[in-house]
Design a protein around this ligand. Structure first.
Ligand SMILES: Cc1cc2nc3c(=O)[nH]c(=O)nc-3n(C[C@H](O)[C@H](O)[C@H](O)COP(=O)(O)OP(=O)(O)OC[C@H]3O[C@@H](n4cnc5c(N)ncnc54)[C@H](O)[C@@H]3O)c2cc1C
Length: 380
């Protein structure tokens, strides 16, 4: 006999952990299934840190969600008695008309957010670890900072369990079906039944939802930790997280974090990335071509950092054609909820969209402003 739940969450990484937590907190019988262990390093939610910010340069429509995301991260910290968010600020640097600078200014002015505008020399004087190119502007957002990514996933999962969720790891889902009122989910070992299903399968979304032929591309994204002996890069020295958009616009973007241990800091390239056919077979070796652009960037803009990586990790972006997320119900099965295509900037939303997935799975509707993330926009 198949075991019965109210909601099954397929994939308990970044978004699935958030969904399982919000569903369980509402008193539902929740089953979370994952092919790997909790907070693993095979998908998109690992590597120590993620930037969180409000002056969203990708689009002002994300800002109302971000305001709620911040509140929900604070609630989770209070409930778990654990620090997940470090408010060290974010410095954006780029040409005045770059996407990052102009987009952050637009979101800040539309939503009354607190940002500071700085010249290149003012930014370099304020944070001596940076060498901001003369032609650049800088925008500092004091409310931004970073989340500890694995701690966030683990905390969502731990609190989901504390609220009664059943979580099964090393349990790959091989198929699912829906009648529109009931779902059946089959793993390699057994079958489960529920009223609804949330599919948050990250880089596996296109194969789990093969019938929808989702236009998703998986990108290989190495991230690096570089050594420094300069205290200017330390979290304790007011070093913010940072994002540089090098000209031509959008072609070369790099981001990073203050040093958490006074020895190494994490820096990576947001732009580029090789297309991956099968996320299970991604190349996790490091190649010269991975390091060259970021080493050039460090020599130009963070000259006190040794440009040879001390260590690296490989992560996956799952990108949509417009780089905006897919958060919707399945077009054929209203009791199946889909969250995917987070395009390399989703993690900060796992709190608030976890809540949106819980709304959609239980009532088919959410008051959260997610209409701009519909699947329909991509079929147009
Ligand atoms: C290098 C890098 C840097 C980033 N930086 C930022 C940042 O600074 N700020 C930010 O907000 N975002 C950032 N992101 C984006 C963010 O991390 C991702 O958008 C987010 O983590 C994606 O979460 P997910 O739940 O979609 O995927 P995952 O966390 O990978 O979860 C998907 C889960 O589904 C499971 N699964 C898949 N198929 C099956 C199956 N058949 N059966 C069972 N389980 C299955 C997988 O095992 C996995 O655990 C970054 C991403 C990367 C890679």
């Amino acid at each position: 006999m198949a075991e019965v739940f109210d909601v099954i969450v397929l994939g308990t990484g970044g978004f699935g952990s958030g969904a399982a937590y919000h569903l369980a907190r509402r008193g539902l019988r929740v089953l979370g299934l994952d092919r790997f262990g909790p907070a693993h390093d095979r998908g998109s939610s690992h590597g120590e840190t993620r930037i969180i910010r409000k002056a969203y340069f990708e689009h002002p429509d994300y800002v109302p969600l971000l305001l709620q995301a911040y509140d929900l991260w604070a609630d989770l910290e209070a409930e778990s008695q654990q620090q997940l968010f470090w408010k060290c600020g974010l410095m954006l640097a780029g040409l005045p008309d770059s996407e990052a600078i102009s987009g952050a200014r637009l979101s800040a002015s539309q939503h009354g957010l607190n940002i500071e505008n700085l010249t290149a020399s003012a930014a370099t004087n304020r944070w001596p670890g940076f060498q901001v190119p003369d032609a650049f502007d800088a925008v500092f957002e004091p409310d931004a900072g970073f989340l500890k990514v694995e701690d966030c996933v683990r905390t969502h999962l731990d609190r989901a369990t504390a609220h009664g969720a059943t979580l099964l790891f090393d349990e790959p889902v091989v198929s699912w079906s829906s009648t529109g009122r009931e779902v059946r989910v089959r793993t390699t070992t057994r079958e489960f039944v529920a009223a609804s299903l949330v599919i948050t399968a990250g880089s596996w979304a296109a194969s789990v939802l093969a019938d929808l032929k989702l236009p998703l591309q998986i990108l290989r994204k190495p991230v690096f930790w570089f050594e420094t002996t300069s205290p200017a890069y330390n979290l304790g020295a007011s070093m913010p997280t940072f994002y540089f958009e090098m000209p031509p616009t959008g072609a070369w973007t790099f981001y990073g974090f203050p040093s958490l241990d006074g020895r190494v800091l994490k820096v990576a390239q947001h732009s580029g990335g090789e297309i991956v056919a099968d996320p299970l077979l991604v190349d996790r070796e490091l190649h010269d071509a991975d390091v060259r652009p970021i080493a050039n960037f460090l020599r130009t803009c963070l000259p006190g950092v040794r440009p040879q990586p001390a260590r690296h990790s490989t992560c996956l972006y799952t990108v949509t054609p417009d780089r905006h997320f897919i958060v919707d119900r399945h077009p054929e099965f209203p009791n199946v909820v889909i969250g995917c295509g987070f395009s390399g900037h989703g993690f900060k939303f796992t709190s608030v969209l976890g809540s949106a997935f819980a709304d959609l799975a239980t009532s088919g509707h959410t008051d959260l402003p997610i209409h701009f993330l519909s699947l329909k926009r991509l079929s147009g």
